[in-house]
Design a protein around this ligand. Structure first.
Ligand code: NI
Length: 391
């Protein structure tokens, strides 16, 4: 099967699906219509589908005529709470927006489904297509992992359309590509007193101010500067009135990094600083630390090779472009923690066409020239992985 030609043949279908899904965006955990439509589209193709009673998303299964391994291709399907300002004829009118390009992901995987169905006789094993909900929540993927969706899966591949990468280039790099995301809540408890008599209370606000400053030393003093690391406090709420020494402050924050080893040390460092700083002021602190997505690290050499070969087979070496790794996170990491996988990027940007906005901007859109290429890469990778690994 020549997936390059096949993808061109389905170009109109892919663009049509992208525009359709773009016009009906739904946010994380609420992708009911999207799920229904994807299930319909796949059923119409004759693909066996699986949906979930208490969760959004769809899995389609394409069995090759020859036995072999099972590979999963993943597209996320959720949108954002953003009022669209693109002015596109198929723009969303419901106050939500596919501002991260997940509509493009759906359509690329739909295209791959068509191609893989057609190539059934050449497939050595099974391809599962995972249309995943709730990616923007940072941990929507967790549900599928906990519900056995990865059972029997030998590898998983996913990609993101990206606003700063020129279309139709692909970025398929080994190593660390996206950061982890962990969130924490800090509660500082003091003792209230009159604002004129701080000596009679324990000031939770002063303690919190010191904590905020001190935790930055995790990044500036404890961390090797060669390791990217962000520790941020995003919200702070506390105190009752201008003339009361505050007895309670609550803060929310996030930690991002690219290394599994660094990530494993942060909670304890944070706890030490928070506990000891609070104590200095006679206060007590509680840290509630939640682990979400791990860093995305393409570290399976075999799979890296199969992906890159698939792309260059289709479009030559010149289709590949470097891209700096990102501090953003991707819940695809939940899958990669369980099975070998790869996460890549494909360009959305085209300055000549005025397509210049980054993901999550209210004018974000994609150069549709990339879509059939993304579809071809999905299909070629699945085909090649099965061929190579099902020997
Ligand atoms: Ni996204």
């Amino acid at each position: 099967m020549n997936f390059k030609e096949s993808a061109e043949k389905y170009n109109d279908f892919i663009i049509d699906r992208r525009r359709f899904y773009h016009s009906i965006p739904e946010i994380s955990y609420q992708e009911y219509e999207t799920t229904k439509e994807i299930a319909n589209d796949l059923s119409k193709m004759g693909i066996e589908i699986q949906t979930f009673q208490d969760y959004t998303g769809v899995i389609g299964t394409i069995k090759g005529t020859q036995p072999g391994k099972t590979v999963m291709l993943r597209a996320d399907i959720d949108a954002l709470n953003i009022e669209e300002k693109t002015g596109l004829p198929f723009a969303s009118k419901n106050g939500k927006m596919h501002a991260c390009g997940h509509d493009a992901h759906i359509s690329m995987l739909m295209g791959a489904a068509k191609m893989l169905l057609e190539a059934k006789n050449e497939l050595k094993g099974t391809v599962k297509l995972l249309f995943q909900g709730a990616e923007e929540s940072s941990h929507g993927a967790e549900y599928y992992v906990n519900n056995g969706v990865l059972d029997g899966i030998d590898a998983i591949f996913g990609m993101h359309i990206w606003g700063t990468l020129d279309a139709p280039l692909m970025n398929l790099e080994a190593g660390s590509r996206m950061a982890s995301v962990d969130n924490f809540r800090l509660t500082v408890k003091g003792v209230a007193s009159h604002g004129s008599a701080p000596n009679l209370g324990k000031d939770a606000i002063v303690a919190s101010a010191a904590i905020i400053m001190n935790i930055q030393t995790i990044v500036s003093r404890n961390n090797n500067p060669l390791n990217p690391l962000v520790v941020s406090i995003g919200t702070i709420n506390g105190g009752q009135a201008f003339n009361i020494i505050a007895n309670n402050v609550v803060m929310d924050g996030t930690v991002r990094c690219h290394s599994r080893e660094v990530r494993a040390t942060i909670e304890n460092q944070l706890r030490d600083i928070v506990d000891n700083t609070a104590k200095t002021f006679g206060c007590e602190a509680e840290l509630d630390y939640n682990y979400y997505a791990a860093p995305i690290i393409n570290d399976n050499e075999d799979i890296n090779k199969i992906v890159i070969n698939a792309a260059t087979k289709l479009y030559g070496e010149e289709c590949l472009a470097p891209m700096p790794k990102l501090m953003g996170a991707e819940d695809f990491a939940y899958f990669m923690e369980k099975v070998p996988g790869f996460y890549g990027f494909i360009g959305a940007k085209n300055s000549e066409k005025g397509i210049i906005y980054s993901n999550h901007n209210d004018k974000f859109t994609v150069d549709e020239e990339s879509l059939h290429r993304g579809a071809a890469l999905y299909a070629q990778f699945a085909h090649d992985f099965l061929l190579e690994k099902s020997k």
